[in-house]
Design a protein around this ligand. Structure first.
Ligand code: SF4
Length: 602
């Protein structure tokens, strides 16, 4: 694989590689990339699907290479919300904080005195669910850029400086596509430094993440963030009362809209059918929201004439207005429109999202990625379907590419065991949870803990954690209670630990040896959503096929799940012990794993 990556870089071609678990693919692309960059002086971007893998590359693989080659010029970049905003920290009044937030403020303040990167991943003691971080992170919305007193020592500016001097920059796909979206609107506003090649690890995630990034979303969170900044951003005391009054109207009108949205008031994701009918039936509410936004836009615009800091609020309000109109009124058949209700990461609040996800991103990616970079390398442990890459190439718009499959070193039939409980009720039935719980307890008893219990929703994870807390003799670790790195460290070093996690623990995780002997998954929700999406996509494809213009691909929904279970990089033990996967969704996933040649058991 390393030789093929080097050849692709030298010849300026694209390469697609399926490299099975345990092949050492990260070193097989890092080393030739580094060598090529050092010889030619041209920079290479390495992009991962998850922050877990991004951190593993930087904190594990790069130090390994450095132990052999000496100091290397490699850095990582994450999205702005991962970095501390010095200005916001300085402006915060700790006296206004209480309870956990006051404690978190103290932890962050102490860390801020010594950190060189400002990356929150360094703060082991700060729980992932801390509400405080979202108020002091460096996201763009409230950043005054060059006008900020901390612009020169800003962590985001420093991150960019480091990247501009590095041979290799390690990023994640979200950042890559966010940058692409920015460049499409304003070519000079790029966040990432120029590069001649991009290596995409966890490339099976590319289509899905690109769809999300090029999609449109309006949520109560987005409205709340805007209104919070509107209140903070108006320095003119005379105008503040007027702005606050209009902002209050926006909040009230949106509250009516969220309440009127179809679907149950519980965590769920449904296709937003009947949008035209909804707009007609709820026209008073919908028009009320639009006119309130127009009013706010007008007031902010007049304030912005004397106060430049308000200009970004004008732009955000205008964007919110036009994106809401698109979501509610667009007749385009190139996107799927959703309503999603998600439990807030902390607490019991329910957030509502109206979203549009593009069905086909291949044209965008062909033009902005595969025709732009000399070389791209796409790799993953699960990328091929029936030993071919035609589906992934079609999905991503890759015309010419070399292809190789590097088989896994694992002997799946003897080293892995797949358990699909036959007697478990349908996930939608009331009895499902108790049955899944009983199976989980039994499997954990057999495995003596040493397991990941993975869920596709926080709600389910927390419910199962509460239910099993006193039923198991093993130490339980819960996603959200500390940073992901710290959780993994605790898991690796705590005998017989069981970790309850959500999607970010499905892949990019490296736990070697018997400490992780079992992966238990309730993957049904993921597949139900994927099915809805593809049902809609296939409806479009049938229309399009009548005109001979489009073919839809079905294998993609299978990939994340097979990756999450049988193909999870690092989730299979490297020693000759056995691994057990229990899949608590027999109705939808049984067929997926039969092709993985795992030994199955009842
Ligand atoms: S430049 Fe922006 S992100 Fe950086 S410290 Fe200032 S306000 Fe915060």
């Amino acid at each position: 694989m390393a030789l093929r990556v080097e050849k692709a870089l030298i010849e300026g071609t694209h390469l697609v590689v399926e490299a099975g678990t345990g092949t050492g693919k990260t070193l097989a692309y890092l080393y030739p990339s580094l060598r090529f960059s050092l010889i030619t002086g041209r920079r290479i971007i390495v992009s991962t699907g998850t922050k877990s893998l991004q951190e593993q590359l930087f904190y594990k693989d790069v130090p390994f290479l450095e132990s052999i080659l000496g100091p290397l010029n490699i850095c990582y970049m994450k999205g702005r919300s991962n970095y501390l905003c010095r200005q916001k920290l300085q402006d915060m009044h700790p006296a206004s904080l209480s309870g956990a937030e006051a404690l978190h403020f103290k932890i962050i303040q102490e860390w801020a005195e010594t950190t060189e990167t400002g990356d929150r991943a360094e703060i082991a003691a700060l729980p992932e669910k801390s509400t405080l971080w979202g108020r002091i992170d460096a996201r763009t919305d409230a950043c005054s850029g060059k006008d900020c007193a901390h612009f020169l020592d800003c962590y985001v500016s420093e991150m960019r400086r480091r990247a501009a001097e590095s041979n290799i920059v390690i990023i994640n796909h979200h950042l890559f596509f966010t940058d692409l979206e920015i460049k499409m609107k304003a070519p000079d506003a790029s966040v990432l430094p120029a590069a001649c090649a991009v290596v995409f690890d966890e490339a099976h995630e590319l289509e899905h993440i690109a769809s999300d990034c090029f999609g449109v979303s309006v949520s109560n969170r987005r409205v709340e963030d805007l209104i919070l900044d509107v209140h903070k951003g108006t320095s003119d005391a005379d105008r503040r009362a007027e702005v606050s009054k209009v902002a209050g109207t926006v909040v009230d009108r949106f509250a009516l809209l969220w309440n009127a949205m179809p679907g149950k008031k519980e965590p769920d994701r449904i296709v937003f059918d009947g949008r035209p009918e909804f707009v007609v039936a709820r026209n008073e509410i919908y028009s009320g929201v639009l006119s309130a936004l127009q009013l706010l836009h007008g007031v902010l615009k007049s304030v912005a004439q004397d106060d430049e800091a308000v200009a970004s609020l004008v732009q955000r309000t205008g964007q919110l207005f036009s994106e809401l109109r698109y979501l509610m009124e667009s007749t385009s058949d190139s996107a799927v429109f959703w309503i999603e209700r998600r439990l807030a990461a902390h607490g019991t609040a329910l957030n509502t999202f109206i979203q549009a996800t593009p069905i086909d991103v291949s044209e965008i990616l062909a033009a902005s990625v595969f025709e732009t970079y000399d070389t791209t390398v796409l790799t993953s442990a699960t990328l091929a379907v029936q030993k071919g890459f035609s589906h992934v190439r079609k999905a991503l718009g890759i015309v010419d590419a070399e292809e190789i499959i590097v088989p896994s070193l694992f002997d799946y039939p003897t080293q892995a065991l797949l358990y699909v409980p036959k007697d478990i009720p349908d996930p939608r039935d009331d009895g499902f949870f108790d049955s899944a719980k009983a199976h989980t307890v039994e499997v954990l008893r057999i495995c003596h803990g040493r397991a990941f219990c993975l869920f596709t929703s926080y709600e389910m994870m927390q419910k199962m954690h509460v239910a099993l807390k006193d039923a198991l003799p093993h130490p339980l670790l819960l996603h959200g209670t500390m940073t992901r790195n710290e959780l993994l460290y605790q898991f690796r070093t705590t005998p017989h630990a069981v970790l309850f996690g959500t999607s970010s623990f499905w892949q990019g995780i490296d736990v070697q040896g018997e400490q992780l002997s079992c992966v238990i998954s309730t993957g049904f929700r993921l597949l139900c959503r994927a099915t809805q999406f593809y049902r809609r996509a296939s409806k479009r494809s049938r229309t399009a096929e009548a005109t001979g213009s489009l073919t839809i691909r079905f294998p993609r929904p299978l990939l994340p799940s097979s990756k999450g279970l049988a193909g999870s990089s690092g989730l299979l033990p490297t020693a000759a012990c056995w691994s057990c996967s229990i899949d608590a969704s027999n109705t939808s996933t049984t067929g997926i794993y039969s092709s993985k040649a795992c030994r199955r058991t009842e």
